[in-house]
Write a protein that binds this ligand. Structure first.
Ligand code: GLV
Ligand code: MN
Ligand code: MN
Length: 410
């Protein structure tokens, strides 16, 4: 099946008819449809597919004569994720999974045969859109998050990950690290749409990742006193929304000062009445910076200003870190090898840093990991407007096949 046919078979799944964006949240019916799609794509190719204890999906192309029971020793893995942010674009994640299957097709068309196990993977809850922790599936696999903490994570309706998994037929008691699987992988290469415009500026269809900025998520809950919007004198109010607003503005100021990025993209007010002062407001801060010192400077500055604003408004503040991913410098040997394999295939691929998080960044702690980026003409991502040109997607498949051939077929 061509890239286009495989892509078109995935496009309708989990797409909102109104916004055109995707709502593929883990362990929901949309997620189940994506999982079925993955197993079908694997079956159509005769790949040995399975889900692991953490809900990640694997489709294995075994070398001829290999004993599948022997484990993944020496494996080369490609892939990405199928879940989305709320109203996300079509490409963030799925492009890597579809390109992985299409690269297998291309290698086969060219008569290539793997000499080591080669897998296409789809990692679970990469965006953290439902349970708050990004790259949850790869964090669980590597042990970067404990199973107990993961099981207790809850979504906006208070449904825990454990309950959601059980309802979807996956055993939450099995969650946990998989050292045998991680140790068996000799290289993980994730292809991803670029989430910026660097390649467009460099007139290149494909890039190779150099590093990921350190980044993380923090929760700030301001608690005040609910009261009547029409009768409570301004001087008598304990309004948590005002302190939250000050923290949001502080985030922008701190990011500007530190040459970093800080975003509050999600706020929740309780009880959420137009004509009542909120009893509590929670804001989630996403912060990213070129270096850890600057990341922590941003967060400390925001928290200090949030505390001061809370005191000024007579409200309390409870703040906590939800996840932090340190800076990731991708394996230099793998990166150089990828650049060389691309050059042999006639593909010029500049090396780029990124502020976006990826499973490759989490796996990089235990496995030589690398990434290919496919040009995004507008740079827009985490939006229904995200786009990559079909010709660049085709070059992405050619590039991935060149890298996989070099790593797994000789
Ligand atoms: C993932 O897309 C992230 O960077 O948040
Ligand atoms: Mn994303
Ligand atoms: Mn992604």
């Amino acid at each position: 099946m061509s890239f286009a046919a495989l892509w078109e078979s995935l496009v309708p799944l989990g797409r909102d008819g109104g916004t055109g964006g995707y709502r593929r949240f883990s362990w929901t019916p949309a997620d189940a449809e994506c999982r079925r799609w993955f197993f079908l794509a694997a079956a159509e190719r005769g790949l040995r597919a399975s889900g692991d204890r953490n809900g990640n999906l694997w489709a294995w192309w075994d070398p001829p004569g290999a004993d599948p029971g022997a484990g993944p020793a020496g494996a080369v893995v490609t892939g990405s994720h199928l879940d989305s942010v709320p109203d996300g674009g079509a490409y963030d994640g799925p492009l890597g999974v579809v390109s992985g299957f299409a690269a297998v097709d291309l290698l086969r068309e060219r008569g290539e045969v793997p000499v080591r196990p080669l897998a296409v993977a789809a990692f679970c809850e990469e965006e953290g859109a439902r349970f708050g922790v990004a790259c949850l599936g790869s964090r669980l696999l590597t042990g970067a998050i404990g199973a107990d903490r993961a099981r207790a994570l809850s979504d906006r309706d208070g449904v825990t990950l454990a309950r959601a998994m059980a309802a979807a037929g996956q055993d939450p008691a099995a969650l946990g690290p998989d050292p045998g699987l991680a140790a068996g992988i000799t290289a993980y290469v994730e292809l991803h749409i670029e989430q910026g415009r660097a390649l467009a500026g460099l007139d290149a269809a494909i890039g190779v990742a150099e590093r990921i900025w350190p980044h993380g998520r923090w929760r700030l809950t301001f608690t005040g006193r609910a009261d009547h919007a029409g009768t409570t004198r301004l001087a008598d109010r304990r309004d948590p929304m005002l302190a939250c607003a000050a923290a949001i503005l502080a985030a922008r100021g701190a990011a500007t000062q530190e040459g970093a990025l800080a975003t509050v993209g999600k706020v929740s007010a309780e009880p959420g009445a137009v004509n009542a002062i909120s009893s509590s407001v929670t804001a989630w801060l996403d912060a990213r910076a070129p270096e850890e010192a600057r990341l922590h400077a941003v967060v400390e500055r925001v928290l200090a200003q949030a505390r001061a604003a809370a005191v000024a408004q007579g409200v309390s503040l409870d703040a906590g870190q939800e996840s932090v991913t340190p800076a990731v410098d991708f394996d230099a040997r793998l990166r150089d090898r990828m650049v060389a394999a691309l050059a042999s295939a006639g593909i010029r691929a500049p090396v780029l840093a990124t502020g976006a998080g990826h499973d490759a960044g989490v796996l990089a702690a235990q496995v030589p990991a690398g990434m290919l980026f496919v040009r995004n003409p507008t740079g827009v991502s985490h939006s229904p407007a995200e786009h990559a040109d079909p010709a660049d997607c085709a070059t992405g498949v050619t590039a991935l096949a060149a890298v996989l051939k070099d790593l797994a077929c000789r």
